[in-house]
Design a protein around this ligand. Structure first.
Ligand SMILES: [Zn+2]
Length: 328
């Protein structure tokens, strides 16, 4: 594990590593940098390194202390953020923290408090927290995380050692994405547009997925209800990608199943998207259910072809012709 889990932050990593190696640990650290560049992850890694049972300048990730912190179950590591439904960290939370800090650490070498994001402390909470920051209990390290340094009380800023985090390079973004199991094309324009923020990159990818999703539904219902429509004749761009055509055929199966359920029960309450099914059914009333069943089998065959590396756009074309034949 070690600090290498933190991608694209050489300066912050070097500073944290040196702190652990020399054992000269301060009472308060302020992790500052843009949204989505690894500050929260760094805070957890630092908490692990401070309590790790192995020797060295980085967390091992496998000792009981590291594992408990990873699971969020270490009794000496307190994580404070805003509660569900709230937009601020409240004074009650700070009071509760201060009560907890009155006792000695249970099992850790050091007690660690992570406040993330610290700029959401309510004014009363911030004032109450200053008492802790001015005189932290012994063996306690406070890690404060923020993306807006100047939203903090100057007294909070001045009492902490500042650890700066920078925006992520393309390579670092790709490394983080692959670690999280996200497939990102190295040529994706979003890697530039996200301005080095993983949070923004994910938002772009989510939006692109849902845009493609509605585009696929438009084509699918279009092919079924109005196959002669001009802008449906050209093969869509996404049909070049195997995963997209698979997703498209998956939607087709979903819709055909709906049509059969509606046909069988004469009602729409059980289908997944009643409105869409109703619209399609209006148009293909003349098609006997056996033809829809045959189409389902044919889609299964096409999905197999894709698995065996058939060209996705040809598979799409084949599907389009099959649907068109319903009208022939
Ligand atoms: Zn460890």
């Amino acid at each position: 594990m070690g600090f290498s889990a933190l991608k694209g932050q050489p300066l912050a990593t070097a500073l944290l590593r040196k702190t652990i190696a020399t054992g000269r640990v301060g009472g308060g650290y302020l992790f500052v940098g843009p949204e989505g560049v690894g500050k929260s992850k760094a805070a957890r890694l630092f908490a692990m390194a401070l309590n790790c049972e192995s020797t060295g300048d980085a967390p091992c990730g496998v000792c009981p202390a590291c594992r408990k912190i990873l699971a969020g179950e270490h009794p000496d590591v307190f994580s404070l953020g805003f509660q569900t439904g709230k937009t601020r960290i409240l004074i009650e939370q700070i009071r509760e923290l201060q009560e907890g800090l009155a006792y000695a650490p249970y099992e850790g070498k050091r007690r660690v408090v992570i406040i993330d994001p610290v700029d959401t402390l309510s004014p009363e909470a911030a004032n109450a927290f200053l008492l802790t920051l001015e005189a932290p209990p012994s063996h306690t390290v406070l890690i404060l995380v923020t993306s807006s340094l100047y939203a903090l009380l100057p007294t909070i800023r001045s009492r902490c050692q500042i650890v700066r985090f920078s925006i992520l390079s393309k390579e670092a973004l790709l490394a983080v994405a692959s670690e999280e199991g996200l497939a990102v094309d190295p040529g994706s324009p979003y890697l530039d547009r996200c301005q080095g923020s993983m949070t923004r990159l994910m938002a772009f990818l989510d939006a692109a997925t849902s845009e493609k999703d509605s585009e696929m539904w438009r084509f699918l219902t279009g092919l079924l209800t109005n196959p002669g429509e001009v802008d449906l004749i050209e093969t869509p761009k996404w049909a070049k990608q195997k995963t997209s055509v698979m997703a498209f055929l998956g939607k087709a199966l979903w819709l055909f199943r709906d049509l059969l359920v509606a046909e069988e029960t004469g009602a729409f309450p059980y289908v997944i998207d009643g409105e869409r099914t109703r619209r399609v059914r209006e148009k293909i009333r003349h098609v006997p259910p056996e033809r829809v069943q045959a189409l389902i089998l044919s889609v299964f065959g096409l999905l197999d072809d894709l698995k065996w590396n058939a060209a996705p756009d040809l598979v799409y074309e084949y599907f389009r012709c099959e649907v068109e034949s319903l009208y022939g």
